[in-house]
Design a protein around this ligand. Structure first.
Ligand code: ASP
Length: 341
C-alpha cells in the first residue's frame, strides 16, 4: 500500500450501504456505510488499496436516480479521478445499468477504471453478497487494466453500457447478453483483453446534460396509432421503441406507422431496440421491420434499452440536429453496440 494512488469510493446509495428503517424496510442511511466498513479489518490489508470515501448527499435508492444525478456522479469523477488509480461507484442495482450507460457516454478522455457495484443484501447484514462485490471491485479498480465504465457483480465484470438487470433476487443480478464479460473472477481473474476499450485521450471531462424529454415504449399486441400519438407528443424529442424480435412492429394497422412517420417528420428521434434479451434489430429482415425503416425509425442494433435511453438523453442534450442525433444513435460511440448492425 502507499505506492499507488488511492481508489475513490463514491457512495451514491443502494442496498449495499442501507440499513433497516423502523418498519424493517431497507433505506439509505448517511454514515451507515462508513460504520460497516470500519467493521471490515481486511480493508486495511494489502493488496487492498487505500480508499477515499465520498458519500453523496442525499443518498438515493437508485430507483430515485434521475439524469441530473448521472451528471453529479460524472462531475465528481471528473473532479477527483485524476488523483486516484480508479473509482468504485456504489449504486443500487435497480438503475445501475442506466447510470453505467450514461457515464460511458458522458465521460470523455477516461483512462482508468470506473466500476459500479452494489449488492442485493446490505454489507451490514451477516449473510450478504456485498463484501465480495466491494472487495473485488476495489482490487479491479486498483489494478488499472480497465479504461472504461464497467459493472462488477457476482464474479463478472461487465461493460457498463452492455449490461441489464435480470434478477431481482439472485446475486447474479446482471447479464451482458450481447457482449461476453470483460473479466471473469474465479480463483484467478480471467481478463478478456481483446474486448477492453482503449484509454481515452485529451484529459478527463464530461459532456453536459440538459433537461430533455425522452420516452421508452414497449410495443404490445393491440397498441394503436392514437396511443402512440399521445406518447409521441411534444415536448418528447426521443423515443426508445422496444419492438418484437429482430425489430418488428405491427404493420397491418397503417395508423401505427402513420403516427411514427409523423413523429419522425417533426424531428422526434425514434430508435428501434428489441424486446429480446439477446440478438439485434435487423429492420430489413421482415416486411414488418422494413416499414419501420420507411417511417424514419433508426436501428438500435444490439444495444440494450438502457444504453439506448441513456445515449439518447446525452445526445439530445448536445447542440445537434435530429439527423445528427439519429446518425450517432446508429454508430458505436462507447462500445455499446456491435459494429455492422
Ligand atoms: N432498490 C435498491 C436500489 O436500486 C436495490 C439495490 O440496491 O439493489 O437502490
Amino acid at each position: 500500500m502507499g505506492e499507488r494512488p488511492p481508489v475513490l469510493l463514491l457512495h451514491t446509495g443502494g442496498t449495499l450501504g442501507m440499513r433497516r428503517d423502523p418498519d424493517g424496510a431497507y433505506a439509505p442511511a448517511p454514515g451507515a456505510l462508513a460504520a460497516a466498513l470500519a467493521r471490515l479489518p481486511e480493508l486495511d490489508r494489502a493488496p487492498l488499496p487505500e480508499l477515499e470515501l465520498l458519500e453523496f448527499e442525499p443518498l438515493l435508492d437508485s430507483s430515485d436516480m434521475r439524469p441530473e444525478d448521472w451528471q453529479r456522479v460524472a462531475d465528481a469523477l471528473v473532479e477527483r479521478l485524476p488523483r486516484h488509480a480508479g473509482a468504485v461507484v456504489l449504486h443500487g442495482t435497480d438503475t445501475m445499468a442506466y447510470t453505467a450507460s450514461a457515464l460511458s457516454f458522458l465521460l470523455q478522455g477516461l483512462d482508468r477504471p470506473v466500476i459500479l457495484t452494489g449488492s442485493q443484501i446490505p454489507l451490514a447484514e451477516v449473510r450478504s453478497d456485498a463484501r465480495e462485490n466491494l472487495i473485488t471491485a476495489l482490487l479491479l479498480a486498483r489494478e488499472g487494466r480497465l479504461r472504461e465504465v464497467a459493472v462488477y457483480m457476482n464474479g463478472a465484470l461487465l461493460r457498463g453500457n452492455r449490461c441489464t438487470k435480470v434478477s431481482a433476487s439472485g446475486f447474479d443480478a446482471f447479464a451482458s447478453p450481447n457482449l461476453p464479460a470483460l473479466a471473469e473472477v474465479g480463483v484467478e481473474v480471467a481478463w478478456r483483453d481483446a474486448s477492453l476499450r482503449p484509454a481515452g485521450e485529451g484529459g478527463l471531462r464530461s459532456l453536459r446534460l440538459r433537461p430533455v424529454e425522452v420516452v421508452a415504449l414497449r410495443l404490445f399486441p393491440g397498441i394503436g396509432g392514437a396511443t402512440l400519438r399521445q406518447v409521441l407528443q411534444s415536448p418528447v424529442r426521443g423515443v426508445v421503441l422496444e419492438t418484437y424480435g429482430s425489430g418488428n412492429a405491427p404493420s397491418r394497422d397503417p395508423d401505427v406507422l402513420a403516427a411514427l412517420t409523423e413523429a419522425s417528420a417533426r424531428g422526434v428521434v425514434v430508435v428501434n431496440v428489441t424486446q429480446c434479451l439477446r440478438g439485434s434489430v435487423r429492420m430489413d429482415a421482415y416486411a414488418a421491420g422494413r416499414s419501420l425503416q420507411a417511417a424514419g425509425v433508426v436501428s438500435g442494433g444490439d444495444m440494450t434499452a438502457e444504453a439506448a435511453l441513456a445515449k439518447l438523453t446525452v445526445l439530445l442534450s448536445q447542440d445537434l440536429a435530429p439527423s445528427d442525433v439519429a446518425a450517432r444513435m446508429a454508430a458505436d460511440l462507447a462500445g455499446e453496440r456491435s459494429p455492422d448492425l
